[in-house]
Design a protein around this ligand. Structure first.
Ligand code: DGY
Length: 433
């Protein structure tokens, strides 16, 4: 397929997966609106329909909870092809049935991007107007993260469930998950393994614990303060932490443009706290940021693709920069395609199992942005070229083997299509040059 055929195909996937203002990640496997999927999807729509891009994010925020949380899944209708559905979550925090926790907060960054791309005249004013309407909701959501995912003011953001990180079966969660007692789950039937090869999905032992954590949170009615206090899983995640730190910088830029001085001052405080807090995640032996289990007080022992997001978060001191460049080159000498979701030198690495090794297009996009902004355009371009190669050969898959490039997980995936259109496609790259 030529690049312009791929551009067309990517657009048609977004249009096919569109449910009337919001987009499913892929039909069958993920039949609802997912939080960070939707936000990345907006980047793809923005390349051909700005209004539709805004609508995607506005519809996501329609599901915001009274306490400020924006859920990771909005169940706008019941769909028996997915488990666990709304009745298993048992939440009641917002206007639309939903899951009970959040997902990486990429929205402020993408909203800033949408405002920045509409650079002239009326279109820019309209974009700023729509950003202004979303701004208080973003503030509420970010305050919620700080209150309930960093209750001890460490300057790092914890996740209460591996699904909240968006990187479900990452080896970083293994030890903390093992400590979760399997309780109150009853018999259940997974649906994901009927859509996708089970060897590419989390194991049953993981699912037992995913459901046990949900049961523990249901038992406290998903009250966010109680969840933070009692949830058996509470792990500070470099992925969410760096994405949140970056999102705060973009939220600050929006606040300044919207003339929200008091909020701008508040956000500056968050950024300072998080820049200092990120040091908590630094593993001196590995020379990288890793996860920190707040229940056991232990750092994890592996480098994940999120370790590279330090640059995207604006942490670009010499030590971080030099170590990440060295890790990048070491990993590049081990696998054909960057960036594997987990270090191929780690014993838990598995090239085809979801978040234990495969390459994900939107993670590559964020890592590349960080390298480019830090002045390392060579490594940024390597990530773009690898992403383009993977999609050219494997199509718009959910994820890819870093070793063979084989397409894996679900097919006709919305965010892979969106990242192609907005960044990886050579057509786009020529346009941007
Ligand atoms: C799933 O069902 O696998 C999802 O990743 C949960 O968000």
């Amino acid at each position: 397929m030529s690049n312009s055929d791929l551009d067309q195909k990517a657009k048609s996937i977004l249009i096919e997966n569109d449910q009337g203002g919001y987009t499913v990640p892929t039909k069958g496997l993920y039949p609802y609106q997912w939080n960070w999927d939707s936000v990345f999807v907006a980047l793809g729509f923005a390349t051909f329909d700005q209004d539709r891009a805004w609508r995607e994010i506005e519809m996501l925020f329609e599901g915001q909870w009274r306490d400020g949380m924006v859920p990771h899944i909005l169940f706008r209708k019941d769909d028996p092809s997915y488990f666990p559905g709304p009745s298993v979550w048992g939440t009641n925090g917002g206007p639309i049935p939903s899951s009970g926790h959040s997902q990486p907060p990429v929205a402020a960054t993408v909203i800033r991007e949408l405002v920045d791309t509409d650079v002239t005249g009326l279109a820019h004013d309209r974009a700023l107007y729509r950003a202004g309407a979303l701004f208080p909701k973003l503030m509420q959501w970010h305050r919620w993260f700080l209150a309930y995912r960093d209750p001890d003011d460490l300057g790092v953001i914890a996740v209460i469930h591996p699904w909240e990180s968006g990187r479900d079966n990452l080896p970083d969660w293994d030890e903390a998950l093992r400590a979760v007692e399997i309780a109150d789950i009853g018999p259940y039937e997974r649906k994901d393994t009927s859509h996708v090869d089970p060897s590419m999905r989390p194991q049953k032992a993981d699912y037992d614990r995913y459901l046990s954590i949900m049961a523990a949170c249901r038992a406290v009615d998903w009250d966010p303060a109680e969840v933070a206090r009692t949830c058996p899983f509470f792990v500070a995640d470099p992925g969410v932490t760096f994405i949140f730190l970056r999102a705060n910088r973009d939220l600050l830029s929006l606040a300044e443009r919207l003339g929200r001085d008091a909020e701008a001052e508040e956000i500056r405080g968050w950024i300072a706290k998080m820049e200092a807090g990120a040091k908590t995640l630094w593993h001196e032996g590995l020379k990288a940021h890793v996860a920190f289990d707040e229940r056991s007080g232990k750092l994890t022992d592996g480098i994940s693709s999120a370790s590279f997001l330090a640059l995207y978060a604006g942490i670009r001191d010499e030590t971080t920069m030099a170590s990440l460049q060295a890790h990048f080159d070491r990993i590049a000498s081990k696998v054909r395609y960057l960036m594997p979701s987990y270090d191929p030198d780690h014993a838990s690495y598995e090239p085809l199992r979801y978040w234990r090794g495969p390459v994900w297009a939107m993670i590559n996009y964020m890592i590349a942005r960080g390298f480019a902004e830090a002045g390392d355009t060579t490594r940024a371009e390597r990530l773009r070229a690898d992403t383009a190669d993977l999609i050219e050969t494997g199509g718009f898959a959910e994820y890819f083997s870093p070793e063979t490039g084989a397409a894996a997980g679900g097919g006709t995936f919305s965010w892979t299509s969106a990242i192609w259109l907005s960044w990886a496609s050579p057509t786009h790259a020529e346009h941007a040059a």
